[in-house]
Design a protein around this ligand. Structure first.
Ligand code: AMP
Length: 403
């Protein structure tokens, strides 16, 4: 994946043409369908504005959630059109249709400078099946295809993969967001400014194993927190009570520790934890060292000594990559460790990159968003890039690689 990606600024967008933009408007909503975090919508604006400024009209598409069988009111993109309109201060037309007559009619009436949003791509079965037939219908709407939906690039879906067959290199490219996502991840892996510290957390070793393996030869320090740390602690002989454990990965955990030693990577594990007898916000809790986790209790956050240790470890970092919360941050009682690490990352002088939906959420709740160099909009996709994988939606936009 070393080829350069086709970039919107290198295209000659003809005035008056229609630009089909695959966005990632997969935003969280509450039970009343209020958008609770519009970062993904805001992140798409640069590309949309660029096309409008070039005298084009734009047709925007996205998926939202996982519709099971066609149209679902609760997964319509209508609320996104309203929010986008407010953010971009322009009218955003919306049709409850994707490739049917309503959509075709709206596209044909679109004038330069106008914005049209189609409904949830996943209401059509062809989207997740990477169907050529569906992709061709979508492609017929635009003179150009722009992909700015980093969050789905790890999937070979019609609107990011099959659709690229219907545009030549002069008519397809990555938008500003996608290009930025790819560049941040590539630079991290290829030429991080040292010391490079990776902080990983979250629930499972299994989910991050490949990333850990790929990162190990590249980092100077590896900090492991969250539920996954307890498989490592168990592996080195601690009793971890009822804390999260992936027994089958104990050997892998040991391998990582061994490999780290061989490579001279300093690996940090929690030294204390906040434990509770039940997995609940209402549960009692106490602070213990990792030597003293009571039988039948579970560790749900890192403790204050660990926060101090981890802060010390990132003090001289020039590059920090963070993926995965330090504890069960969804419950206030167990969110402190994650928030304090978020503050520490935000306050550091390093270039800081945060990946993963949960970690982005932690940073937002901790009020540190503005202080982070780059927060990735894609959880799975960002992890796969760090794992060194080639993303299907990116591969088809690389120069001289017409898949
Ligand atoms: P992941 O999707 O693997 O990044 O995991 C994120 C989830 O890990 C969050 O929902 C956290 O609540 C959970 N988590 C973090 N630390 C712990 C822990 N010590 N025990 C149980 N779950 C945890």
């Amino acid at each position: 994946m070393d080829n350069e990606i086709l970039f919107i600024k290198d295209l000659e967008l003809k005035k008056g043409s229609k630009v089909f933009i695959r966005c990632d408007f997969n935003v969280p909503m509450d039970e009343f369908r209020n958008i609770t975090d519009d970062r993904r919508i805001r992140s798409a604006i640069a590309t949309i504005r660029y096309c409008l400024d070039e005298g084009c009209s734009v047709i925007l598409t996205s998926h939202l959630g996982r519709p099971k069988n066609g149209y679902e009111d609760s997964l319509s993109l209508e609320p996104v059109s309203k929010r986008l309109s407010r953010l971009i201060k322009r009218d955003v037309k919306f049709v409850k249709d994707i490739v049917g007559e309503l959509a075709k009619d709206a596209v044909s009436k679109l004038k330069p400078g106008e914005i049209l949003l189609l409904d949830n791509l996943r209401f059509e079965k062809g989207e997740t099946k990477d169907s050529d037939e569906f992709a061709q219908k979508l492609a017929s709407f635009g003179d150009y295809f722009i992909n700015d939906a980093f969050g789905v690039c790890h999937r070979a879906h019609a609107s990011v993969h099959a659709i690229t067959k219907y545009f030549d290199e002069e008519h397809k490219a990555a938008g500003f967001l996608l290009k930025k996502e790819i560049e941040f991840a590539r630079n991290l892996i290829k030429k991080p400014i040292r010391p490079f510290v990776a902080i990983v957390g979250g629930s499972k070793v299994s989910g991050k194993l490949q990333a850990l393996k790929n990162l190990l030869p590249k980092v100077d320090k590896l900090i492991i927190g969250g539920g996954m740390a307890f498989t490592f602690l168990k592996a080195v002989g601690y009793e971890i009570g009822n804390s999260l454990l992936e027994e089958d990965l104990i050997e892998e955990a040991l391998n990582i520790l061994r490999k780290g030693k061989e490579l001279g990577v300093k690996i940090y594990l929690p030294v204390d934890a906040i434990v509770a007898p039940v997995f609940s916000e209402d549960s009692v809790m106490k602070y213990v060292t990792v030597q003293e986790i009571p039988k039948d209790w579970m560790a749900l956050d890192i403790g204050p000594a660990t926060v101090t240790l981890f802060k010390e470890a990132i003090d001289d970092a020039q590059t920090i990559w963070w993926n995965g919360p330090m504890g069960v941050f969804e419950m206030e009682k167990f969110a402190r460790g994650s928030f304090r690490i978020s503050h520490a990352v935000a306050e550091s002088n390093a270039m800081t990159v945060v990946g993963g939906g949960d970690t982005a959420d932690v940073v937002a709740r901790a009020g540190d968003q503005e202080e982070i160099t780059f927060i990735s909009t894609g959880g799975g996709a960002s992890l796969e890039l760090i794992e060194g994988k080639e993303l299907p939606g990116v591969r088809v936009l690389l120069k001289k690689d017409l898949d």
